[in-house]
Structure formats: C-alpha cells, structure tokens
Design a protein around this ligand. Structure first.
Ligand SMILES: [Zn+2]
Length: 398
C-alpha cells in the first residue's frame, strides 16, 4: 500500500500521528530499521531534495527513502507493528529545503524567460545548492537574474500545488515536459510552472533572500551555486566580517580592498626581485669567503654553512656553488624544531658520493629526504651547528 504523503498538499505539517505497518532491520545498514507507516509528513529523498530528519516516537529518523510509493523511515531503533506513533520532522532543516526548492523554481523560471536556458540538473547540498543550465551565463547575466529573483521574492506571490487533469495539463506553460500522466504541478506566482514532487514555501517572501555565490562553466553550460534564507544571511554575515576585518588591516574602505591587495602583490613582487638581486651578490661574496678556507676532502673542497638563509635560498646557493669545479657543499637552515638541508656536488668532484652521504646522514641523525648526485634536499630533527660539523668531519675523514 502506498504511503499517504501529508506534505503533498501542505508542506507545513510538522507533527502527525500514524500507524506502524511494518518494521524490519535494514539489511544494508546494521542497527538501522526501516519503518513503514500508513501516512507520513517525512519527505523522502528525491528530485534533488534531501530527505527529512526527525523523530518517530522515541526513534530518531536519520534518512527517508521511497520505493514504489512506499516511504521507508530509517530509524535508529525498532517500532512495534500495529502501534500508533507520533512523528515530528526537524523543522529547521525542512524549512530551509522549502526555501531553497522554491527559490530554485523562481531562479530556473526567470533564467528560461530571460535567456531561454533550461535547468538540466539540481542538487541541494549541505553547504550550497547548485543548478546546471544548458547555456552559458556571464557575470552580468548572473547579477541580472539574481536581482529579478529577489524582486520576485519581495512580491510575496503565492505558490500553488495542484494535480491538473490531462486536458488542463496540456494548456499549462510547463518548464519541463511531463513524463507522467498524474503530474504534481507547482506554480510560483507566474514565474514558474513545473512538475515537481518537492516541498515549497506557500509565499515567496518566506524565501527571504536568494544569493548566487558562484558560477562556472559546466558541460558546455553553466553551473550556478546559490543559497537561500538563513543560510544566505549567514553567508553575508561571515563575508561582511571578513571584508570589514581586511579593510581595517589595509586602512581602506571595503570597495578599495581589491586595489589595496593588488598594490600589496606588486610591492611584494618588487621586493622579491630586489632580494634575489641582493642574494646573488651575497652568494658571490660568501662563496668566495667559504672557498678561501675550505678544506680538501676526497679530491674536492668542502664548504659548510649553518643558518642565515631560508631553505629555498640555501638550496639556490648550493646549486649555484655546485656549478664551480671540485666542490661539495653541505648547507643547513634551522627552522623551528627541524633543520632543512641542501647537499650539492660539482660534476666529477672527487670520489665522494653525495647520495651515499645523504643516506648515511639521514640514518644517523633521523632525517628525511634525498635526491641526485648533483643535489640532495630534506630535513633533520633539530641539531646544533657543532654536532653537524662533527658528523661531517668524521664522515669525510678530516
Ligand atoms: Zn519544486
């Protein structure tokens, strides 16, 4: 027997009582019971709208599914067949779904009217809702549509649900062609006529607000991301706080933020370029100084450096130095509780193996990393300059 759907003509039924017709443990989910009632206010997942949640007697309903007109309440405990239970749906979740679903109708109807694009996909997610369109919208069109939708919300028009007969159905300007004969039609005050099984608010002002938060190209068309009601307001509040905080940081007005960030990026690029130039000079001078006192090991010279640069700078310095003949570089940069390293070796520099030395160092000092004979990079748990020097002096047989 098909379950009587109390939400069908009245989405505002929150509490109800019903008779338990059957209850079986869910073979696909241990500890979950599938309860069938004679009637229910719980909406089963379908048509892009997620299932309701709530309570049936003392049981919690965490999911609702439908098969051949029968609604299955997925409960955390069994209910006795033949008994009467009181049910209540989580109204916050449901009302949010009603706002979003109704907002989606207006949005889809207006896009079709303004640009002729069809809604070909709808998904109500936890974070946001998406619709997929079979045409490409640009930023200006998205803004235009958003304005019109919010205007329609402010008009507070009525939302009607009906089951028109075949003859009436053929006269309605439906957005989608009906696939079934006994079609449930939702009319949103002239903005949309559409076959839909979902739950909607009764008046458009209850949607409160629809905000398109993003759009992107998708399968030759457009995917729109949007929020409605309380979630749209929360999004605005969060973003407002972020923008206000940033504007204070930059000592500018919110509308001047993009320009301020752009200037900061330019200043940073300029500073990086200057730093690179200065590092080149510094590497040159420091390299000469280190080489002047470098000891000879296994047919090449060895230079050691601890601190003074970032890990990337040390790597770049080690690579630059390795371009010289017969040189082995071991550079270490302490950062917090670790020491990053760069070991480089000139081509054909003596008999020393950079890789073997790196492996021996990792093993002895608990490090991670590796590379090639030219360059090995990685990190060690923090170790002092003195201990590192001692380790290399021993390894290199000095
Ligand atoms: Zn709908």
């Amino acid at each position: 027997m098909e379950t009587k759907k109390l939400f069908d003509l009245d989405s505002y039924v929150r509490d109800f009582s019903a008779t338990v017709l059957s209850c079986e443990e869910n073979s696909k989910e241990k500890g979950s019971y599938l309860v069938v009632l004679d009637q229910t206010a719980f909406f089963a997942e379908g048509g892009g709208q997620p299932a309701d949640q709530g309570k049936l007697g003392s049981a919690s309903v965490h999911h609702v599914s439908e098969k051949a007109g029968v609604i299955y309440h997925h409960c955390d405990r069994p209910l006795e067949t033949g008994t009467t239970v009181n049910g209540s749906i989580d109204w916050d979740i449901r009302f949010s779904h009603m706002q979003i679903h109704c907002g989606e109708h207006i949005l889809s109807g207006i896009i079709l009217r303004e640009y002729g694009f069809h809604n070909v996909g709808f998904h109500m997610g936890h974070e946001f809702t998406t619709i997929d369109l079979d045409g490409e919208l640009n930023a200006e069109m998205v803004r235009h549509v958003e304005d019109l939708v919010n205007q329609a919300i402010g008009e507070n028009g009525e939302v009607h649900v009906s089951y028109p007969d075949k003859e009436t159905l053929s006269t309605l300007p439906l957005r989608k062609k009906p696939e079934v004969e006994h079609l449930r039609v939702v009319e949103v005050c002239g903005y949309d006529f559409c076959g839909c099984c979902g739950t909607h608010v009764a008046h458009t002002a209850e949607i409160q607000l629809l905000k398109i938060i993003d759009f992107q190209r998708y399968k030759g068309g457009t995917r729109l991301f949007f929020l409605c009601g309380k979630r749209a307001l929360q999004d605005y509040q969060q973003k407002h706080n972020s923008v206000k905080g940033l504007a204070e940081e930059f000592s500018c007005k919110p509308e001047g933020l993009c320009a301020a960030v752009h200037k900061l990026q330019n200043d940073l690029s300029e500073a990086k370029m200057q730093l690179n130039e200065k590092n080149k000079l510094l590497f040159d001078l420091l390299g000469q100084k280190l080489l002047a006192s470098a000891p000879e090991v296994q047919g090449c010279k060895w230079i050691f450096l601890y601190g003074g640069f970032s890990a990337d700078e040390a790597k770049s310095f080690a690579m630059t130095m390795a371009k010289q003949d017969d040189l082995f570089c071991s550079f270490f940069m302490p950062a917090g509780d670790s020491v990053r390293y760069a070991l480089s070796k000139s081509k054909n520099a003596g008999s020393l193996s950079n890789k073997a030395l790196c492996q021996a160092m990792n093993k002895a000092l608990g490090g991670k990393g590796g590379g090639s004979e030219d360059l090995c990079c990685g990190s060690l748990p923090f170790i002092s300059e003195e201990l590192l020097r001692d380790f290399f002096t021993q390894q290199l047989g000095l």
